[in-house]
Design a protein around this ligand. Structure first.
Ligand code: ISL
Ligand code: CA
Length: 548
């Protein structure tokens, strides 16, 4: 198992389609990533996670992979890729590839051969007869709406697709599927890749029989099944686990704590770390993502505290993140995208970068980018959003209700182009961008990053602090002020050193309980000037103090 240290690393996530276009087709590309390597290096990160750029029909922006060992010509060539690895390496940074192994595109040759009747490839997928009365094998729902079963008229059968109808689930029970996936990972390892992110990897094991879910969408039948652990151990042993210097992260959809600890524990030889999403479900009443509700501060705090404490007890390891390409921009979601945009972006960064785990920064987070603000369905591109739009309309929701929801929740919020400068296309492209640029690129862009007060410099400083202080890398987590309605505070402790983090999550000043911040401590970072007596926290104020 990789013996590599995780606590001093940071990862930058790139959504290539929206990062930097270099040939004027309006779509970001690998040469664009190469062009911006010096920018990323300035931040001080170690790894670049790129979401999929394999050949794909782009129904789900590349998560419908049609060939795992090639580059989609829209993004560039294998030579561009090799150059990217080499150029990143020169700057001390490594690539993390996105492995989408729960499903592949129905255009992948495996599925095409299965459709043509090849029994070897048929067994790569989960194909079943329907139930009497023309019903699919079970009533499970796809994550993007509709049945999770796609109909195959030629044989009057169905294939399972937990996601889009173009994403057929792979049958991990079949050893040939596991061979094929191992082969893919080894292919990229040989190309010099040093990190892997495994998409919805806790869903790869499926039950023996397919029953109706009488009180849900079916996810309890395929989430965290015991065999996932076996499959991950095998993948580890046959691929990345043979190397000391490769890191891995599993995306865990609705995984529980016990399983998360097993996936990421050092002793279990599965993955280096996991993304859990529980801290982001704090604004979904009753689990429905599309209903609008303000975030519940107490739930957020309670969630972070429980997971930090329990993961440490079980020796699990977290990938720390506020959002990614599937989630709205965090400053719009639980910060203040208006008056206190800069303060709240820095405050949220402070909370996250002080925690136990490995921090991930999503492109644009380091300059405080905000939600897209799209007002019309023609501006949206995401398949999930388009499906939900139709569903909400057919349920009789008004335009106001529907757009209110999309503007807060759509995955496109995080997918608008990176805001490099203050021109019309934000320096992203010379052509027409595949998705509109946020008009606020006039004010929010990378041009002011030299300014010592910029959000960019703040992120850079946080990453440098992590590299400098073992207490941030390894310290034990101690929750503080569990009941305080406005402040999130905690301590990290290591070898007599004590790091205290205190953050005001709201736009009003709030009292700071006496003695919380050690009088003798040294302020490592804050989003406000620190002088004089500390008896309160200003709007969205964050402070990190070290003693010892
Ligand atoms: O964004 C979501 C729905 O609102 C999440 O449930 C998301 O589908 C889940 O986190 C899995 O995400 C990953 O796999 C999907 C892909 O669409 C996402 O972009 C990817 O991050 C299917 O491959
Ligand atoms: Ca391009």
């Amino acid at each position: 198992m990789a013996a590599i240290k995780l606590g001093d690393k940071a990862v930058y996530q790139i959504y290539p389609k929206s990062f930097q276009d270099t040939n004027g087709d309006g779509i970001g590309d690998l040469r664009g990533v190469i062009r911006r390597l010096d920018y990323i290096k300035e931040l001080g990160v170690d790894y670049l996670w790129l979401t999929p750029f394999y050949p794909s029909l782009q129904y789900d922006n590349g998560y419908d992979v049609a060939d795992y060992k090639a580059i989609d010509p829209v993004y560039g060539t294998m030579e561009d890729f090799d150059e990217l690895v080499a150029e990143a390496g020169k700057r001390g940074m490594y690539l993390m590839m996105d492995m989408v192994f729960n499903h592949c595109s129905t255009k992948h040759e495996w599925f095409q051969k299965a459709l043509a009747g090849d029994p070897f490839y048929r067994d790569f997928f989960i194909i079943r007869k329907g139930k009497a009365g023309g019903l699919p094998p079970s009533n499970w729902l796809s994550k993007f709406g509709g049945s999770a079963w796609g109909y195959l008229p030629a044989t009057d059968e169905y294939y399972l697709h937990l996601f889009h109808v173009s994403q057929a689930d792979l049958n991990w029970e079949n050893p040939h599927v596991r061979d094929a996936c191992c082969d893919v990972v080894n292919f990229w390892i040989e190309k010099g890749v040093k990190g892997f992110r495994f998409d919805v990897i806790n869903l790869i094991s499926k039950p023996e029989s397919y029953e109706d879910d009488l009180c849900g969408d079916g996810h309890k039948f395929y989430t965290d099944l015991p065999k996932v652990h076996e499959f991950l151990k095998e993948l580890n042993r046959r691929t990345f686990g043979r190397f000391e210097d490769i890191i891995t992260v599993g995306e865990m959809a609705s995984s529980d704590l016990e399983n998360s600890i097993r996936y990421s524990g050092r002793a279990t030889e599965e993955l280096s770390m996991i993304f859990d999403f529980h801290h982001l479900k704090i604004d979904y009443p009753s689990g429905n993502k599309w209903e609008i509700q303000p975030f519940r501060f107490h739930d957020l705090k309670h969630n972070l505290f429980t997971w930090q404490t329990e993961m440490e007890k079980g020796d699990g390891w977290h990938a720390l993140f506020w959002y990614n390409h599937d989630q709205p921009r965090i400053v719009s979601r639980i910060g203040d995208e208006g008056k206190y945009r800069v303060e709240s972006a820095k405050m949220l960064a402070t909370v996250l970068h002080g925690l136990r785990g490995t921090p991930y920064i999503y492109q644009g987070e380091e300059i405080g980018m905000t939600n897209a603000g799209f007002q019309d369905i023609s501006q949206y591109r995401d398949i999930e959003t388009l499906n939900v739009f139709n569903r909400l309309k057919s349920e009789g929701k008004t335009d106001g209700e529907v757009y209110g929801s999309l503007q807060k929740k759509s995955r496109d919020n995080a997918r608008t182009p990176m805001q490099w400068d203050d021109t019309e296309t934000a320096g992203f492209t010379d052509g027409t961008p595949w998705i509109e640029v946020n008009g606020n690129c006039r004010q929010i862009n990378t041009l002011d990053r030299e300014n010592p007060d910029s959000i960019f410099q703040y992120y850079k400083n946080l990453i440098a602090l992590r590299k400098a202080y073992p207490v941030i890398q390894e310290g034990s987590f101690v929750p503080l002020l569990e009941e305080d309605p406005r402040i999130l505070a905690y301590r990290r402790v290591l070898d007599g050193q004590e790091l205290t983090v205190a953050c005001n999550f709201f736009g009003e000043e709030t009292a700071l309980p006496q003695g919380l911040l050690p009088e003798t401590g040294r302020v490592l970072i804050s989003n406000y000037p620190q002088e004089g007596k500390r008896d309160g926290l200003r709007p969205y104020e964050a402070v990190m103090v070290l003693r010892g």
